[in-house]
Design a binder for this molecule. Structure first.
Ligand code: NDP
Ligand code: VHF
Length: 421
């Protein structure tokens, strides 16, 4: 790159701002055409996508990236299929833009309602998982937003190959190329620029861990919707159905280890611990999950359970490791979650209505669940069609963010020469 990172990002920002105006007035049919054409382009570019991904995978393995992270990086035929399907699926979702709701006559004679509109330009910073490039691009496009995508540096070649397919889709629908731009440098200075251009960028969506969020919170001059880490809990209550507890706790930990909605800490009421923990531990041991527990858990489960430190209660492992704590009450479980958790997703297993209600009311997380696996915290599973990620912020959007979370509303007023008196 010959120009400075500052000049490069300014150029991207200016182009995105201009493209956002075209996208905001693009028809639903035009946006859907772009999505289907991008899906066709991905289908036709499988060899090129795999070759680009091989470059990323080889570099990742050579640098000693953890297997779970390499797994996330891989563009297998199945992942490519799901990206194609994802694009086509977003095309089938209702277009939220332009919908006017609540239109009513007021005593003055004017009509007032609210129209759904795009946010404008959205900057997204996310992990080295190339399929997120498609999720983010498709949702932003359908919601009429221009987007600047800064994926993880390990995925740079894959993301650029995907970007070329998106560009083909945009061109076929006669939409501007700058509607979706993938940052072509891995220099983190580009992130610094992206988050300090309020004249060109309306919102930043950071998906990542603590280091990223610390930087964004410190430096951003653009509004942020944080998609933070998931220190998710399942609490097995005194009134739990133990079959349900075992099913849910197994799924929440082992269905997939890396997602932010996987359980990291299991809390168990002391009255049921002796009945639920041994069969659960057998399942975890069988699947190779490392267990770390408090003293009571270690006494109950035996020697291979490592001693959990204070850091373990705060940990997001994204790996086959589970922290376990035995608590003496529902209050203690709620207190633990609110203290050590990350306000992402937490679940209680109970047949007691009052305990469930207290848990839902008092646990301060973006999703609170009863008798369900934390792995359900997902836009698709919640019926949003797809998701950009899971917001751990409280303002604008909380929990899985779909199309509507990428929009805003403005008042529309109809008069017929009305004047205020
Ligand atoms: N809530 C949600 O929806 C989701 C949350 N996550 C969370 O993401 C984390 C896992 O992903 P991981 O890849 O480790 O996340 P990281 O935070 O390490 O990286 C995510 C992105 O942020 C960039 N980044 C990280 N630190 C900085 C910094 N200081 N300055 C500028 N850019 C930075 C990375 O760039 P670079 O490549 O240069 O390192 C990458 O593009 C987990 O905590 C997981 O829970 C993941 C997915 C969804
Ligand atoms: N909501 C998504 C998880 C999103 C997520 O955490 O992604 P990642 O951490 O990159 O695996 C799902 O349930 O599959």
């Amino acid at each position: 790159m010959t120009e400075s990172v500052h000049d490069y990002m300014t150029r991207l920002g200016q182009a995105a701002r201009q493209a956002s105006r075209v996208l905001a007035r693009a028809s639903t049919a035009q946006k859907n055409r772009a999505l289907h054409a991008a899906a066709d382009a991905l289908d036709a570019a499988r060899t090129e996508l795999t070759a680009a991904n091989e470059l990323d995978l080889a570099a990742a393995r050579a640098s000693g990236l953890e297997p779970a992270m390499v797994d996330r990086l891989a563009l297998t035929p199945k992942v490519i299929d799901s990206m194609i399907e994802g694009l086509r699926q977003v095309a089938t979702l209702p277009d939220p833009i332009g919908e006017i709701q609540g239109m009513r006559y007021l005593p003055s004679g004017i009509q007032v309602g609210k129209m759904r509109v795009p946010l404008g330009v959205i900057g997204i910073i996310y992990e080295s998982r190339p399929n997120v490039t498609i999720d983010a691009a498709s949702l932003c496009l359908k919601s009429g937003n221009a987007t600047i995508l800064r994926g993880g540096s390990e995925a740079i070649h894959s993301n650029q190959a995907i970007a070329r397919c998106i560009q083909q889709g945009l061109a076929e629908a006669d939409l501007p190329a700058a509607a979706v731009q993938v940052v072509e440098t891995t220099d983190r200075a580009a992130v610094g620029e992206l988050i300090t251009m309020p004249e060109y960028v309306d919102v930043i969506v950071p998906r990542g861990g603590k280091g990223l969020i610390e930087r964004i919170s410190r430096d951003a001059k653009v509004p942020v919707i944080k998609h933070l880490d998931g220190v998710c809990h399942v609490y097995v209550d005194v009134a739990a159905d133990l079959d349900k507890a075992i099913r849910v706790c197994d799924n929440a930990k082992t269905q997939r280890y890396s997602p932010c909605n996987a359980m990291e800490t299991l809390l168990v009421h002391q009255a049921v611990a002796a009945r639920v923990l041994p069969p659960l531990a057998a399942i975890y041991r069988d699947k190779g999950v490392e267990l770390r527990g408090d003293a009571a858990t270690r006494e109950l489960l035996g020697g291979d359970v490592l001693e959990a430190s204070e850091d373990d209660w705060f940990a997001e492992y994204n790996a086959p490791i589970l922290a376990i704590r035995i608590v003496d009450s529902l209050e203690a479980a709620i207190e633990h979650i609110n203290h050590y958790g990350s306000q992402h997703t937490d679940s209680i297993i109970t047949e007691n209505f009052s305990d469930a209600r207290r848990f839902l009311t008092e646990v301060d997380s973006s999703s609170v669940m009863v008798n369900a696996s934390t792995r359900f915290a997902d836009g698709f599973e919640y019926g949003l069609g797809a998701e950009i990620g899971i917001s751990t912020d409280k303002l604008h959007a909380r929990g899985p963010v779909g199309l509507e979370g990428l929009t805003s509303e403005k008042y529309v007023v109809f008069g017929d020469g009305h004047i205020r008196t």
